[in-house]
Design a protein around this ligand. Structure first.
Ligand code: AHG
Ligand code: MN
Ligand code: MN
Length: 354
């Protein structure tokens, strides 16, 4: 008779190295049903896109045609970088013939991109910002990708994608990939927030932080103060407050993903408020603010426009923008308190003038 095999005790290290993204999705859902299979496969494809983008970024300075502008302007009115185009196409390629996603919508495409051969089997839509923080690309600083997965409810050919014009609570999964000194993928399927680090020797994202919880308060405030005179008084008052109080420190990288990653682990608040010229701010709801709001809420933080939870905002078009105040609960509430104070003051003045 053959004795049952007894594994040698390489315990913890092997267990950690085997916790890949797809295995983790199954662990969280605790089943191998069709939805779990789909989500696991979706995350695997997103990871593949992340690996391809990380590979190109790591050698960009040595390659012909990897850096610089294309000369085009996108639907946002922003100059397009070659890396934006590459990363946009990487996501499309990763999902072609996957049977997973019928439609992709991104910052770089005016209308959603349909993959007819995946419809109607692939009843999901992937929304993404292929390169977040594009201004950092040419100077070898960190950039990211942001993603969000929603159930597809509309017709396969409805180019207006009206079914996407719903609130952020409709997201099934969301996250980002940060291309920094290492490549890190952070995701949530509504069961906490988990971070994976790309092990280049394995070519796999391996679980590095499980159930990440954002501190309730932190020292960081992250905002482009160059816009100071463009903001409403309430935001200026908040910034004056942090200038006058000990315990705050400014960090702003020009890539939302990097700034949010720091705040997720160390606490604090990121702000991109509206300006007088652009009351809606700069950041787009469906593939920037809503996925990050989903993630930060799952980590125990909050995301607000200043007057409304980001996850409650219903966009009127796919590239709609929202102001963003996101991070530790106490810090978001503090910024909101300045907005409320100013609104009250204005109401009182108005009432007194009547
Ligand atoms: P993107 O590169 O996808 O257009 O996003 C850039 C965003 C965000 O990453 C960053 O926080 C912000 O724009 C920076 O904008 P400012 O240069 O106006 O501060
Ligand atoms: Mn962006
Ligand atoms: Mn972008």
């Amino acid at each position: 008779m053959v004795d049952a095999y007894q594994p040698l005790d390489h315990g913890l290290a092997l267990d950690r190295d085997c916790t890949t993204l797809s295995r983790h999705v199954f662990q969280q859902l605790q089943n191998f049903g069709p939805d779990a299979q789909d989500l696991s496969a979706l995350m695997n494809r997103i990871a593949l896109a992340g690996k391809l983008i990380a590979r190109r970024l790591s050698r960009a300075g040595l390659m012909e045609g990897a850096l610089g502008f294309t000369g085009e302007v996108n639907v946002q009115g922003e100059s397009v970088k070659k890396m934006d185009v590459y990363a946009n196409e990487v996501f499309i390629s990763a999902f072609k013939q996957s049977g997973l996603v019928c439609r992709l919508a991104s910052e770089e495409m005016e209308k959603p991109y349909y993959i007819p051969e995946n419809c109607p089997i692939g009843r999901y839509t992937l929304l993404y910002d292929p390169i977040d923080g594009s201004s950092n690309v040419d100077i070898n600083l960190n950039v990211g990708s942001i993603f969000s997965i929603r159930q597809q409810e509309g017709e396969d050919t409805d180019s207006t994608a009206r079914d996407l014009l719903q609130n952020g609570r409709k997201q099934i999964a969301a996250g980002y990939i940060l291309y920094g000194p290492s490549t890190v993928l952070v995701y949530s399927i509504g069961k906490g927030v988990h971070a994976f680090t790309l092990d280049p020797s394995l070519g796999e994202f391996i679980l590095s932080n499980e159930n990440v919880q954002i501190p309730q308060h932190g020292p960081i405030y992250s905002v482009n103060e160059g816009n100071f005179w463009q903001w409403d008084d309430s935001i200026r008052d908040y910034i004056r407050y942090v200038h006058r109080h000990e315990g705050y420190t400014a960090r702003y990288s020009g890539a939302l993903v990097g700034d949010i990653h720091r705040i997720l682990f160390q606490g604090g608040v990121f702000l991109y408020p509206g300006t007088l010229k652009k009351p809606e701010g700069k950041l787009r709801l469906l593939y920037e603010t809503a996925p990050l709001a989903f993630l930060i809420e799952q980590a125990g933080g909050r995301a607000s426009t200043g007057t409304q939870e980001i996850l409650d905002v219903v966009p009127d078009r796919i590239h709609a923008r929202t102001p963003l105040i996101i991070g530790s609960k106490e810090d978001v509430a503090l910024v909101e308190s300045f907005i409320q104070d100013k609104a009250r003051e204005r109401e009182e003045k108005f009432a007194a003038s009547r």
